[in-house]
Design a protein around this ligand. Structure first.
Ligand code: PHE
Length: 357
């Protein structure tokens, strides 16, 4: 029996892996293992012999089992040590820089504006940025000789000789979408149209491509009062103030009659704009009652329907809200510059916990 014990304890000590250990376990203490065979011999022994051999065999079985368990644990520890040695991570290595994109300020402001007008029941309409001069001018009561055509510094699309298609322009305002939208849905209607427009102009407050949002509401008895309420709601919501005074200044647009430019009460104390207080006035948009000729061009009977329209510069109200002094920053400057003006949307946390760059 001592031989058996010595044999298996040596084998267990020498076992190289769990599979070898399991083979030893079966050979030694398995159902058909050597210890079991010895147990069977007990039946043939005298009671005296059995009294000695029985407990000794049980003790042997226990000893082998605990040696197996100890070796199994030791093998697992060794395996873990080996993994710890071979698989390691240098936590002092700087992380890889992954630049993350964020929404452009103009896109964000367009979405803010759209959300505010959506609350008041305005749907979003769209039109092409390259449009015919009929949609951009004639249909809006700006005939060929009209000075407004020259004032708008229009980009005309090149036309090859013999090309009989109507002249196309880069739309100078979002107003052509009024006509397209009237043609499409008729009256009554309530839409806004945010989008890019183009004029040959470049300085601190003008870029050749900029953005407007057009508003149009047509119904049986729409009036300037409705226009005023809608704009008040918009300004309060957009500039996040409880109240604001609007000033309607008589103006002229060929496509509205009467026409008004709208200013909001503000102060510029300390160089920062505060909307809704102070003694200054800030122009934010052009507006008016849709001219009967424009309704007609859109296929709507001006005897039956009337409406208001307005056009507002998105870039301009974005500059005002976020205090950005140069419009060109939106289109040819780098993001750090915009962030300098506290444009919060740019500071989107990244997975690394820092700010995107
Ligand atoms: N289209 C005008 C512009 O670009 C703005 C405007 C729109 C004015 C609708 C009145 C009504 O200046």
């Amino acid at each position: 029996m001592d031989d058996l014990k010595a044999k298996y304890l040596t084998q267990i000590a020498d076992a190289g892996d769990e599979a070898a250990l399991e083979a030893i376990r079966l050979a030694a203490v398995g159902k058909k293992g050597e210890v079991a065979l010895k147990m069977r011999e007990l039946g043939r022994m005298t009671p005296e012999e059995r009294q000695v051999a029985g407990p000794a065999l049980n003790a042997l079985k226990d000893e082998i089992n605990s040696a197996l368990a100890a070796k199994k644990a030791a093998l697992a520890d060794a395996a873990l040590d080996e993994r710890l040695r071979s698989e390691w991570l240098d936590v002092t290595l700087p992380t890889r820089h992954r630049p993350a994109g964020t929404i452009h300020p103009i896109s964000q402001v367009s979405e803010e504006v759209t959300a505010i007008f959506a609350e008041m029941g305005f749907a979003v309409a769209e039109g092409p940025r390259i449009d015919t001069d009929w949609y951009n001018f004639d249909a809006l009561n700006i005939p060929g000789h009209h000075p407004a055509r020259a004032e708008m510094d229009t980009f005309y699309m090149h036309r090859a000789e013999g090309d009989n298609r109507p002249p196309h322009v880069l739309r100078t305002h979002t107003s052509p979408v009024q006509i397209r939208s009237m043609e499409k849905t008729g009256a009554p209607t309530r839409i806004i149209c945010p989008g890019g427009v183009y004029r040959a102009d470049y300085d601190q407050t003008h870029t050749p491509m900029f953005h407007q949002v057009e508003g149009l509401a047509i119904d049986k008895d729409i009036s300037m009062a409705n226009l005023k309420w809608v704009l008040e709601e918009f300004v309060k919501s957009y500039f996040e103030v409880d109240g604001v005074d609007l000033r309607f200044r008589a103006s002229h647009f060929p496509f509205t009659e009467p026409s008004a430019e709208v200013d909001i009460r503000c102060s510029w104390e300390g160089g920062t704009l505060k909307v809704g207080e102070g003694d200054d006035w800030l122009e934010i948009l052009g507006s008016g009652m849709v001219h009967p000729k424009v309704l007609q061009a859109g296929g709507i009977d001006p005897e039956e329907w009337q409406g208001f329209a307005f056009g507002m510069g998105i870039d301009r109200i974005a500059m005002l809200k976020y205090g950005i002094p140069d419009l060109r920053a939106f289109f040819d400057s780098d993001l750090r510059w915009l962030r300098h003006y506290g444009f919060a949307a740019l500071d989107v946390p990244t997975l690394h916990g820092g700010l995107s760059r």
